[in-house]
Write a protein that binds this ligand. Structure first.
Ligand SMILES: Cc1cc2nc3c(=O)[nH]c(=O)nc-3n(C[C@H](O)[C@H](O)[C@H](O)COP(=O)(O)O)c2cc1C
Length: 164
């Protein structure tokens, strides 16, 4: 059983969640930023994490998702400024799942991640960002210890789902 936990992170939130997921799984495992993944072959499960940007996944991650082998088990996770469980992060996870259309999505998970106040102020002025930017004002304590512990539970649940 071999697992890869890979992530893209600009301000460290998604990396924190990736590290929690990595810690929780007790199998042969690797933790790597997406940019450093040379091959996605040979893993029984790949956890892929990203920050939600503009309700979606950054375009630069598209080649990674499209490059996954058909039938590859993957679990998607993200961090986002908007409220947990809302439709906006769900939409971003769906976009990612659409890009990885050949892969088998075992599960998805998202928690909030703090956003720099200057960025929030700037984005509040742009109508397409206002909804999430308003919600993101309350995200400064995230990802919290509880978020990370939920992330660990998510990771263990994924391994259980694939029978490990
Ligand atoms: C340019 C930009 C766009 C963003 N767009 C969204 C968004 O549409 N929805 C949302 O909930 N959060 C949005 N965020 C907030 C990030 O998703 C959040 O801060 C995330 O935890 C950052 O993760 P990272 O530290 O791993 O980069 C945006 C942040 C930036 C900088």
């Amino acid at each position: 059983m071999k697992a890869l936990v890979t992530y893209y992170s600009e301000t460290g939130n998604t990396e924190k969640l990736a590290r929690a997921i990595y810690e929780a799984i007790h199998v042969d495992k690797e933790l790597l930023p997406v940019q450093e993944v040379k091959s996605t072959k040979g893993y029984d499960i790949i956890f892929v994490g990203f920050p939600v940007q503009a309700h979606s996944v950054l375009a630069k991650l598209t080649p990674f998702f499209k490059g996954l082998t058909a039938g590859q088990n993957i679990a998607l996770f993200c961090t986002h400024g908007s409220l947990r469980g809302g439709h906006l992060p769900k939409q971003a996870l769906e976009h990612a799942a659409g890009l990885a259309s050949g892969a088998k999505i075992i599960g998805t998970f998202g928690v909030r991640g703090k956003v720099n106040e200057k960025i929030i102020d700037a984005l509040m002025k742009r109508v397409e960002h206002r909804t999430w930017a308003e919600e993101a004002q309350g995200a400064h304590e995230h990802p919290s210890d509880m978020d990370l512990s939920d992330g660990k539970e998510f990771a263990r649940g994924i391994l259980a789902k694939i029978g490990r």
